[in-house]
Structure formats: C-alpha cells, structure tokens
Design a protein around this ligand. Structure first.
Ligand SMILES: *Cc1c(COP(=O)(O)O)cnc(C)c1O
Length: 471
C-alpha cells in the first residue's frame, strides 16, 4: 500500500470516523484512530456478504447448522478457554466423557475409567497426534534394537488429505503414496504392503476419502498386515483417518469392522465438526490403549494452580465445541445420530442415482459408503462437449449453489470430477431444486456454439496446473 492511501486511511480522527465507509479497508497497518463499533461491525460483516449461503454450500464437510440450544450453549461459552481447568474444572471432565464415548463408539477394548485420547481443533491436529504417536513408538522399538532412526516412512493412498503431507513434511517422514487408479478406486492393499519396510511407522487407511467419498478396506489391510508382520517380525500398525466415516460407520454400518476390533488398528481420528455435527473446530483422536500413547506426548504443567496433563499441539483452545459435542451426544443419543446420518445418506443416494442418470454424467462409485460422491463427464460425451465441469460449477454458482469441480490426484489427474457432500439440513426439496438447476445448466451449456475457455484449457491440459483444494 502506498503512503497516500495510508494517510487517507489513518488521517485525523474526525475525518476517519466521519466516513470510514468511503475509505479502503485497512490491510497493512492497524489504523491510527478508532472506528465506532457499529461501523466496524458493519464493515467486517459486509466482507462476508457475497459468499455462498452455507445451506447451498455442498462443497464443505463442516457443520453449518446446529439447533437453537446448541447455538445458545456455544455462544454462552464463547469466552471459555478449555485449558483453564482451575476456573472451569468441569470442562476437562466433559472432554474426558466425550473421549470415553468416542472410544466406546469405536469398540475400544480399554478398561480404564478414562480412555486414552485427545481433543484437537480438527482432524488435522488429531491426525498429527496419531502420526506422532506411531512415529515415537517406532523410534522406541528401533532404539531398543540399536537400529537407525532417520528413515521413517508412512504409507497411504494418493487420495490422502493434505494434513498427511503436512505431517510428513513437518516431522521429516517420507510419504509413500499408493496411486488410486480406475481399477483401484480405494487403497490398493497389495501395493500398500509392497511399499512397507522396517522403517514404516504406520499405514493410514481413510474412511471417507476426501476426493471420492469412498472407504478403504481396513479389514483387508489388517489381515494383510497381520501376515506381513508375522513374516517379517515388524510391527507395522494402522492409524485410521476417519474424518468423515468415524461418525457414519458406527451408526449406519455397525457390523463393518474398521475400528479397534481389528488387531493392528492402534489409533483413530475424526472431525467432530464434520459428521459429529458440531460447528468448527473440533477433532478427536483415540488410542486403543494407554500403552500406545507414548509418555513423551503427555505434558504436565502447573497452570493457574492446577496440575494439568495435556496431549495436543495447541494449549489454549475454545471449550464451546467440546460442550456442544457433549450436548449432541446427550440430546441426540445413538438413535438421533443414526436417524440424521440415515437421512443424509438417503438424500445422497437419491442425488447419486439422479445424477448418474443424466446423459452427460457417470458416477465414480457404484455404491455410497458415506453421504458424499463424485461424478465426471462420460468419456465419449466429454470428447464432443464444448464445456467442462468447471463451466457447470460456474453456472450453478449463479443460482447460489457451491458444487466444486476439481481434478483427481496424480495418476488419474486427467480426470475432472464434481462432488456433493450431503449434510444435515439438506432436504429432498433442496435436492430437487439442485437437480433442476443442474438440468437447466446442462441444457444451456449444450446449446453453446463455441467451446468455452475452460474446454480449450482442458484440451491443452492447462487445467492440471496448480493444485485444486477440494474441501
Ligand atoms: C477433512 C479431512 C481431514 C482434515 O480435517 P479437519 O477437521 O478439516 O482438520 C483429514 N482427513 C480427511 C480424510 C478429511 O476428510
């Protein structure tokens, strides 16, 4: 920002306060003078105005809708810091209860009164903690064997969420990715095992792959690792990234074994703010037993007179989401969660079927594992079409819908898809409105005389440049 602008923005108080609405919003320095609360509120509020209506945003996984009591509870707790145990000792107790409930939801065998787990800001923090624990356990074993510690690696499918890249980068662990392919739309177990060696800290299957909505087969992976570990004498465990699936499978598919019932699953993470139905940011990680949570990860601090033991990357964090998670458990119960997830699933299946029947499209998954799915243009259709899914995304945005189009991860990055995440609050009526808007948009695009810019870029493969953020 240049000097003149800066001066205008932060001129005399009278000038500044008289018409801050006519000045460019400060973006470099804190303004010299104050702006009235009302005007400052208006300016900040207006910044958010042109964005998509949360209810029409089918791109996000994160809760945008909680009931009146939950919202009240959270607003009333907005000033509570989770770490202030002396002031609010019950917050830690409620957090511990949530951890117990999550552990039992995932069939933890742990008998202790307080199960081993931790709260995080989201799955990202929870995944990091699960990853760090696996890495420390691996180091412990290697040290005991007098073997080098410098070549740790982690095995995951190329459909991983960006947190795993962050984890591996920050802790300097080699990220080994098993490519997704048309033959293997989920983790290719055999390839995953082939990538393992003595330096593998864990394999990470995903329940609710961000890119596709599908589940990796954890039971098959567990069996394959059992055979591999028996043969090699290694002890490669599983951390399940169940950001979405952790709150879907226990309610809709309780027989399916993906959790602590499996031998090598030692930790699981999820997002409380996705299908846990809490506003952002909340994540959970649970270990199968205290013995899998390395001592070095628990920090005891004397804070404001209380001795607090904490596992986490953050220290201070809001308590409101934890209270809201507990509220949801109380209020909804198993039955309430099941009903809500069933409705989301039913609406997702309906959209999946309808979109699959539209002439230009084909869906990626035959059956839905989670209430989200992707689809693409049929190859023969795409070859002749003058438009792409990016054009459809723009068209739908004109009617207020946020339906993202993106290219798939490497090895199948020639494939462009669109995704819908169905969440609580998306009704059958809204689904019908969306489907109608989609059909109209397709009709308009089909009437085009010339190829769109996006179509020309696709022909030149320019759409593959730059990463697409998918959530
Ligand atoms: C959303 C997601 C994450 C990251 O979770 P946040 O709660 O956004 O931090 C990690 N893994 C998967 C599979 C996800 O879908």
């Amino acid at each position: 920002m240049n000097q003149t602008k800066e001066k205008n923005q932060c001129g005399e108080a009278s000038k500044c306060c008289a018409s801050p609405m006519t000045q460019p919003a400060p973006s470099e320095r804190i303004p010299q003078n104050h702006t009235s609360a009302k005007v400052a509120y208006r300016i900040v509020k207006d910044e958010l105005l042109p964005q998509t209506q949360p209810r029409l945003n089918l791109a996000t996984f994160v809760t945008t809708n909680m009931d009146e009591y939950a919202t009240r509870l959270m607003n009333e707790a907005v000033a509570i810091n989770y770490i202030d145990e002396t002031e609010y000792p019950r917050v830690a107790v409620i957090c511990g209860r949530c951890i117990n409930m999550m552990a039992n939801l995932w069939n933890s065998p742990e008998k202790a009164e307080w199960k081993a787990g931790a709260v995080g800001i989201g799955s990202s923090e929870a995944c990091m903690l699960g990853g760090v624990a696996a890495w420390l356990r691996w180091r412990e074993r290697r040290k005991a064997q007098g073997k080098p510690l410098d070549k740790a690696n982690l095995v995951i499918s190329s459909g991983y969420q960006v947190v795993w890249e962050k984890f591996c980068q920050l802790w300097q662990i080699e990220l080994r990715t098993v490519p997704l392919s048309k033959q293997h739309p989920t983790l290719d177990i055999q390839k995953a095992i082939e990538m393992c060696d003595e330096n593998t800290i864990c394999v990470v299957p995903i329940q609710g792959v961000t890119w596709t909505g599908m589940n990796d087969d954890v039971e098959a992976l567990d069996a394959a690792l059992e055979a591999y570990n028996a043969k090699t004498g290694y002890q490669i465990p599983i951390h399940v990234d169940a950001a979405s699936g952790g709150f879907i499978l226990p309610f809709l598919n309780p027989e399916r074994k993906w959790d602590f019932r499996l031998k090598w699953v030692l930790s699981i993470s999820t997002s409380g703010h996705k299908y846990g139905l809490v506003y952002p940011g909340l994540g959970w990680v649970i270990w199968k037993d205290k013995k899998y949570l390395p001592q070095e990860m628990s920090f005891s601090v004397n804070y404001l007179g209380a001795n607090i033991t904490q596992v986490g990357l953050n220290f201070s964090r809001p308590a409101a989401q934890i209270l809201a998670q507990y509220y949801n458990f109380l209020h909804l119960g198993m039955e309430g969660y099941r009903k809500i997830q069933e409705v989301s699933m039913e609406i997702a299946r309906y959209c999946h079927k309808e979109i699959g029947q539209m002439v230009p499209f084909e869906c990626y998954a035959k059956e839905l594992d989670n209430p989200l799915f992707i689809w693409s243009l049929k190859a023969e259709y795409a070859a002749k079409a003058k438009w792409t899914l990016f054009d459809l995304q723009d068209k739908l945005r004109q009617s207020g819908w946020m339906v993202p189009a993106y290219t798939m991860p490497k090895d199948i990055d020639d494939m462009t898809v669109m995704r819908i995440v169905v969440r609580q609050g998306f009704s059958r009526d809204m689904a019908d409105m969306l489907l109608k808007d989609m059909a109209d948009a397709v009709k308009e695009l089909e009437a085009l005389e010339y190829p769109t810019t996006s179509r020309l870029k696709c022909q030149r493969k320019e759409h593959l440049k730059g990463k697409v953020y998918t959530h």
